[in-house]
Structures are given as C-alpha cells and as structure tokens.
Design a protein around this ligand. Structure first.
Ligand code: 3PG
Length: 213
C-alpha cells in the first residue's frame, strides 16, 4: 500500500468498531467516541447502511479518520473506497482479497491468525496485519511468540479486547493499535446512551495514551 495504517491513524492507539443501522446512528456513535478522545474509527460492513454510514461520518466529523471493516471481497473494497473510507480492515487473508486491497491504494490490514497467513502478508510486502480473533487465537502469549519469528510485523489485535486487557495488549512492542467493539456495546447504541459510550472511550483513551506515546 502507498501508506501504512499506523502512519495515518489519528488519536490514541485505538480502533473502535461502529456497527450502525442508519447513517444518523453512525454519526451519533462516532461523535460519542470522538468526545471521549478517539481519533480513528472502523465502520463494519455488517449492516445494509454501512457504506452510507462511512460517507455520513466523513461529512459530519471531518477530523476523524474513518475506515471500513469486515471487508471480504474486491467489491467491498471498491465500494468502501467510493464511500470515502480512508483505510480498509479485513478479518481474513486470501490472495484475491490482498490484491484487491492493494489495488485500492488505501492503507489496509488483512486478518491473520496463523504463521502461514502472516508469511503470505509478508510476501505481498505488508508490514501490518490484523490479528483476529485475538483472544481465541492465543492472545497476548501468541503475539509474544509471533514476535520472535516475524520481527518486522506489527499487529492490530481485535476480538475479545476490553478495558480489562487493553493495557496488556498495547504494551506489546509488536502491537500498534487495538480494536474492537467494547467501546460501542449494542445495548448502549440501542438505548442511545451516548454519554456512556463517551465515558468508555475516555477510559480507553487514558490507557492508550499512557502506554503508547
Ligand atoms: C472485529 O470485527 O474485529 C471483531 O468484531 C472485534 O471483536 P470484538 O467484538 O470481540 O471486539
């Protein structure tokens, strides 16, 4: 890619997921996160209006870095770029997917959970990947084990990260940002508890700023 995700990420080393049913809801979630100090968000392609949500956040909150997540095809990658996504995140790595994301010209991280997937990403010239599902794939201990073999590779772990283990993940030298849905619980979104989301974001921001300066 022309640039890496780590070089464009804004704010603390956090990448909260936004899953929204409407663009309006997406903007409300993004604003609540930004009020808590978050500078970068990942809108996941898991709702019908996800692409419209990306465009809406870009327009309403121009200072926020807005990426697309759950990118699973070349079609997804192209649609996300057209919608205004500034980076791409995928839970998976296939040759087709890596080629499509490279062709987008956007910074991106493909998902890996095994040494072979990391090696494939390296073969494509990548130096940053998403480690997913982080907790189920071995978590902290796995990332430590991988650091010895893949000394150039940096990881964005997601899956099972929360306030309880954020510090431990971020403290790893081969982790450049931590992502997930713990800052945007569906229960809080449904009941529009935006100040609660801001409070969760502020707590995570404090940890991230302390560890990754
Ligand atoms: C992702 O898309 O990265 C995962 O949904 C994150 O997992 P989490 O919901 O456990 O944070």
């Amino acid at each position: 890619p022309s640039s890496t995700l780590s070089s464009v990420i804004k704010g603390p080393a956090l990448l909260p997921i936004i899953q929204a049913d409407t663009p309006h809801e997406a903007v409300a979630i993004a604003k609540a996160l930004a009020d808590g100090g978050v500078g970068s968000v990942e809108v996941v392609l898991r709702t019908r209006q996800a692409l419209a949500a990306i465009t809406a956040i870009r327009t309403a909150l121009p200072d926020l870095l807005v990426g697309a997540g759950t990118v699973l095809s070349a079609t997804d990658a192209n649609a996300c770029k057209a919608a205004g996504a500034q980076f791409l995140v995928s839970p998976a790595s296939t040759a087709k997917l890596l080629e499509a994301m490279l062709a987008s010209g956007l910074p991106f991280v493909p998902g890996v959970a095994t040494p072979s997937e990391i090696a494939m990403a390296q073969e494509y010239g990548l130096r940053e990947v998403k480690f997913f599902p982080a907790h189920l794939s071995g978590g902290i201990e796995m990332l430590k084990a991988l650091s010895g073999v893949f000394q150039q590779m940096k990881f964005c772990p997601t899956g099972g990260i929360g306030q309880h283990n954020l510090a431990e993940f971020l403290a790893l030298p081969n982790v450049f940002v931590a992502g997930g849905s713990w800052l945007t619980p569906a229960s809080m979104v449904q009941t529009q508890q935006w100040s609660q989301i801001t409070a969760l974001a502020a707590a995570a921001t404090a940890i991230a700023r302390q560890i990754k300066t």
